[in-house]
Design a protein. Structure first.
Length: 344
């Protein structure tokens, strides 16, 4: 049985980045690269993005940020809370850290003093998502602690950031007011944040008035649209999952991609692209998927399980909507049994 291949296009990636940057102007793009660049691979995508003009990279966790740092000298940002040893490694590597709790702020200050290197940090105000971040009543003390560390040379507050709940426009407008109040308090206390970032992919795209000087965009740059969201202007999936026909029966065409490769069995009913046009998935087993037959089906023919739609297949987000999840999960759950090929 042949293994499926994830074909990833450099050209589509660069075109997506250009489209996102044009949409965001004058806000700057932070390219988010968590989960190994959303399953597309860091090793090629970091230098490719840097050559396309990206100057900010978001790694989420410090381990990913360190991998990014090894590939570029541009700004690298990590915002997941971590342990002292990783914090020290990040500071030494010049990785900027997102901080949303008093305990983590203390840990970062202590790590900076141990290393003798100033830590560049972005303080997070909780604007309503309640994922993490300083609550508004905690913000004055957080600012006071950070400013004291700035005076000592252990810290530099280079940014203020938050996550939007994106539950409604009204709630996001209220979140912006909380964010603006937090920035105002910091500046009145003598802080001089260089970057402000409140919005991630969806809000950055559709609510430009909420953007600060920086927008965190991940999935869109890889061509993965929001679940239940519209097609994005100038954006297309950079990856297609292809597999070959392994067997043909009167009732089904059997293709070499299945649950062992990361495809949920619940994807039955979705459409793949075949030489006979789009065909419905009848069943997904451990190592194979069974498709509706087409005339002239032969062993070895190429089938597109998901991709940009050029062959009639559905994109990753359409598959995700079928099982009530998000498009990036369809890609990131692909196992090492799926070979990755980077194409021009």
């Amino acid at each position: 049985m042949s293994n499926p291949v994830l074909e990833i296009s450099r050209d589509r990636f660069r075109r997506n980045i250009a489209a996102v940057r044009a949409r965001l102007q004058p806000t700057e793009l932070m390219l988010v690269m968590k989960d190994d660049a959303y399953g597309h691979g860091l090793d090629w995508s970091v230098p490719e993005a840097a050559s396309a003009g990206v100057t900010w990279f978001g790694g989420y966790d410090i381990d990913t940020a360190l991998r990014i740092r090894a590939l570029t000298d541009r700004h690298v940002y990590a915002w997941a809370t971590s342990v002292p040893a990783e914090i020290e490694a990040a500071i030494v590597a010049g990785i900027q850290l997102g901080i949303g709790s008093a305990a983590y702020l203390r840990d970062v200050i202590a790590a900076a003093r141990r290393t003798g290197i100033r830590a560049d940090v972005h303080l997070k105000i909780d604007t309503g998502l309640h994922r993490n971040g300083f609550r508004p009543d905690e913000w004055p003390q957080a600012v006071a602690t950070a400013r004291e560390a700035e005076h000592d040379g252990a810290l530099r507050v280079v940014g203020v950031w938050s996550h939007l709940a994106e539950a409604s426009d009204a709630e996001d407008d209220a979140a912006q007011r909380v964010f603006d109040d937090a920035v105002r308090h910091l500046t009145e206390a003598g802080g001089r944040p260089e970057v402000l970032h409140l919005t991630a992919s969806a809000a950055s795209w559709w609510r430009p008035e909420l953007r600060g000087s920086l927008s965190r965009i991940g999935a869109f740059c890889y061509g993965v649209r929001s679940a239940d969201g519209p097609v994005l202007d100038g954006i297309s999936p950079i990856a297609r999952l292809v597999a070959s026909v392994d067997a043909v029966t009167p009732d089904a065409v059997i293709v070499g991609a299945g649950a062992f490769h990361g495809l949920p069995s619940t994807l039955r009913g979705t459409f793949a692209g075949t030489p006979g046009g789009p065909r419905r998935t009848l069943r997904i087993d451990g190592g194979s998927m069974h498709l509706e037959p087409w005339g002239g089906a032969e062993v070895g023919q190429r089938v597109v399980v998901f991709g940009p739609g050029d062959d009639g297949e559905q994109d990753a987000t359409a598959l995700a909507e079928h099982i009530d999840t998000v498009g990036e999960e369809i890609i990131t759950r692909l196992t090492p049994a799926v070979r990755r090929i980077i194409t021009d």
